[in-house]
Ligand binder design. Sequence first.
Ligand code: ADP
Ligand code: MG
Length: 255
Amino acid sequence: MTKDILVKAIDVTKSFDAFKALDKVSLEVRRGEVACIVGPSGSGKSTFLRCINLLERMDEGAIWVNDELMGYRREGDNLHELADREISRQRRRIGMVFQRFNLFPHQTAVENVMEGPVQVLGQPAAKAREDALALLARVGLSDKANHYPSELSGGQQQRVAIARAMGMQPDLILFDEPTSALDPELVSEVLDVMKDLAASGMTMIVVTHEMGFARNVANTVTFMEAGKVVETGPASEVLSAPKSARTAEFIRAVH
Ligand code: ADP
Ligand code: MG
């Protein structure tokens, strides 16, 4: 694999009983790029993200992140599933930000950000706190470090969730409709943080209906429908001159 490809998914297929949620989905994301995935509800976007970070096990296909085959180990021509410990090691390299903020409700903002570095990476608490405070400053929440999630707005909670993902120093951050649950006036503060993160060189895969973000920030846009990739390419081409009539229709509809 060429060195500048961070994520490579080939023919990822996943069924829930008889229902094929993903049907040979392939995607490449270059290091430092933002890949947006768009498409109607039920098209398999979340399932695909969940396959990348091993929350879901694909039936067929392969995903590499940073040249490492996710969830499997190669031995000659044979593939073996990895043990749980290996899977959690791989998953640690990938941050995820969900539609619902998923913060620990009984922990303050700074404690939420420190949790992974201390519990998972084994960092000393003092260093983890210092780093967490720096991350909260970066997402504009220095003054909220000691607030509990219930004392924060949805936009602030989502910014803490992004800081928490960053705290694990991942190779990649996956965003699953990070602004869909927010009141409209809170969307831009979260998108601004994501834009800043993209500018810092973080590789990101973002499922979103925010076409402005896709247009301004994404390098590539992939349109999915019914478990398949309908169209993928440079953001400007897919958004301005889609090749597929279905992509064009979707983009018009969400504008
Ligand atoms: P999207 O994120 O694009 O809205 P999803 O990946 O959530 O789509 O879902 C794709 C399809 O797979 C949907 O029809 C959904 O109902 C189905 N699906 C997702 N997860 C499960 C599951 N755990 N069990 C059964 N069906 C599922
Ligand atoms: Mg979804």
